[in-house]
Ligand binder design. Sequence first.
Ligand code: G6P
Length: 607
Amino acid sequence: MCGIIGVAAQKGNVVPLIIGGLKRLEYRGYDSAGIAVVSGSTVSVRKGAGKIEHVVVAKGFEELNGSTGIGHTRWATHGAPNDINAHPHTDCTGSIAVVHNGIIKNYAELKEELVARGHRFSSETDTEVIAHLIEEELRRQGSFRHAFQEAVKRLEGSFAIAVLYSGEPDRIYFAKKDSPLVVGLGRGANFLASDIPAFLEHTRRVIVLRDGEAGWITSQEVHIENVYTGESVDVPGRVRTISWSPSMAAKGGYPHFMLKEIHEQPRALRDTFYGLSSDESLAKAAELLAGAERIYVTAAGTSFHAGLLFDYYMLRLAGRTVRAFIASEYEWFKGVPGRGDVLLAISQSGETMDTLKAVRLFKEHGARVIALSNVYESAIPRESGIAIYTRAGPEIGVAASKTFLTQALALLLLAGHAARISGRITRDEMAEIMSAASKANRLAQRAISVSEGVVRTVAKWFSKKGNAYILSRGIGVPIAMEGALKVKEISYIHAEAYPAGESKHGPIALIEPGFPVFFLLVDQHLKELKGNVMEMKARGATVVAVGPPRSEILSESDIHIPAPEAPPLLEPFTLTPPLQLLAYYTAVSLGYNPDKPRNLAKTVTVE
Ligand code: G6P
């Protein structure tokens, strides 16, 4: 996890740019932050524990001044979040400063070796070995460039690194393996960052770095080579202009990114629909699925819930069973997949380490892999045979919202095409699915408009509760799981989702008067849901019905959160937004910042 940024400018002070970039990267981790700049031929470092806003002031970041600098926002892995463990880390001489995202697996051996050679360490981090390793290599190699390369070659594990050296005050060295790093090419300044929104205000021209690539930036120059083979990279050939606008990454008048992103869902769905309607990769992926022996889907967190929707869509439309598994459990499948099998890996960031590991395992067994991601050329799409992209735009809120529904839409289209190719549905039926999918944006829009007012009031009541169940049936179950995850993540209320029929096999034991039980009203299962509502009512639960006004259920419910009518396969687009809003307004009622939930990071690049 963690976010890194580097700015090399021709003139002026880069400190405000680095602070701005860190604020945009804060979703990647926010337990400590730090900055280093070169002024004259001195490297100055300021850093400390706490949220960026606080550390910037407490540690006087703005007192620094320099035209080349690096910054870091941390999500602790090795060493507690405190001032000393905050990045940047320096070597013994204080002339090399390093920021790092990832984990250096062999840091203990390296540290032992360096300590034996007289290096003094001040932190408990794995990162500090990088600074000392470069220092050590610099004693042997004549040039910093070679010392940096040799040091990088000795690192095992994952890393995105940016390094300042007082002897080359206008340069930032970098290297990347298994953690994201992007170069931004601006006018009079070049950038390095973990993610594009960090510098989107300044440039849309980017190079997404690949594993094994290293090099340097100055304000005028970008040099990239493969650190292991020494091969140079054709920099102009790799530059892409991305279509995201800076306002897409700013709050746009909303109090929080999450609320903005919930409201952006209609736009995100429309873009995803039109983007994928004529997408060749989607067609190829559908063909692969249609011909697959076995189909697996894997992901983490919210993306896993989208994976469960895919399971549902494939069964309903293509008549195919899909084995869905949580990415971190990939080792279950050692020795299992074969050449005819297909894995679909879903990851909004494209960087989740567990999902990446699952992809690698399946590839080792000869299976074909399809990736669905929101981030162009991120690690998972790059390592997969076929990559499909949602068009949600950058998502800054740590808890996923718009990316979930865009994934759901992409997966509906994918399953529809696979069903058509395998002859399971007719051309007319496919046209119906396309026409229904083209309305997903309008359904989400109506769901937000009709539910938001009621949800605000319900959230005030709900914020006083400590637990909740969210129950449904069929397609409603993954939606309930996503809703419960949102509630847990940002309002810290313990919420669990269950198939409503399963609730009597244990969960119902916890029901006592006033216990909140939310029911998602999916049309195909109203009769059975009514039975489950009655069971909960009989034990004193406060029943909250979420969905269209179905009188037979509303007559037994205490509270109704309205949602519009939707065709069966499109219920995720109408039932998810009210739950996202519920989690959001509950968190706000409790005084929490929904954009930065405690202990969580948006992109989890550790196992
Ligand atoms: C983290 C985030 C979740 C996200 C999950 C998977 O846990 O906090 O919001 O759903 O990672 O992320 P991915 O980028 O792979 O979809």
